[in-house]
Design a protein around this ligand. Structure first.
Ligand SMILES: [Zn+2]
Ligand SMILES: [Zn+2]
Length: 119
């Protein structure tokens, strides 16, 4: 498990040998253990601070921060945010929005004409 905490660098570097510490979570006020191993890890990473939140709240926060509400559908390209291009149907002359840049040398068809088999 990776601990990703934003280093706030409260200079507090007196601990040379590590022992488990009980800390209180800033969010839920629950006690949690800041283990010797974690302390060493923190120190190696140069985080001279103690975690302020219990692991539960930490992972909850991480979740909230990265997600943006639900799906990883921003990068992969499924429909929704595609640009639209104004186009004129080559068959019926209606204006519509094409999901691609219409090429002047190629006919484009509105949805209806496309559905009814214009090619
Ligand atoms: Zn908590
Ligand atoms: Zn048409």
């Amino acid at each position: 498990m990776n601990l990703l905490l934003i280093p706030e660098r409260i200079l507090n570097k007196h601990m040379s040998n590590y022992a488990d510490q009980t800390l209180k979570c800033e969010d839920c006020s629950k006690d949690f253990i800041f283990t010797a191993g974690e302390q060493e890890f923190f120190d190696k990473k140069g985080f001279s601070q103690q975690p302020k939140r219990c692991p539960d709240c930490r992972s909850a926060r991480k979740h909230n921060k990265g997600g943006g509400g639900g799906g990883g559908r921003s990068a992969g390209g499924p429909r929704g945010d595609k640009p639209k291009f104004p186009a004129t149907c080559s068959r019926c002359g209606v204006g519509f929005e094409a999901p691609f840049q219409p090429k002047p040398d190629r006919p484009v068809f509105c949805r209806d004409c496309f559905k009814s088999g214009a090619k």
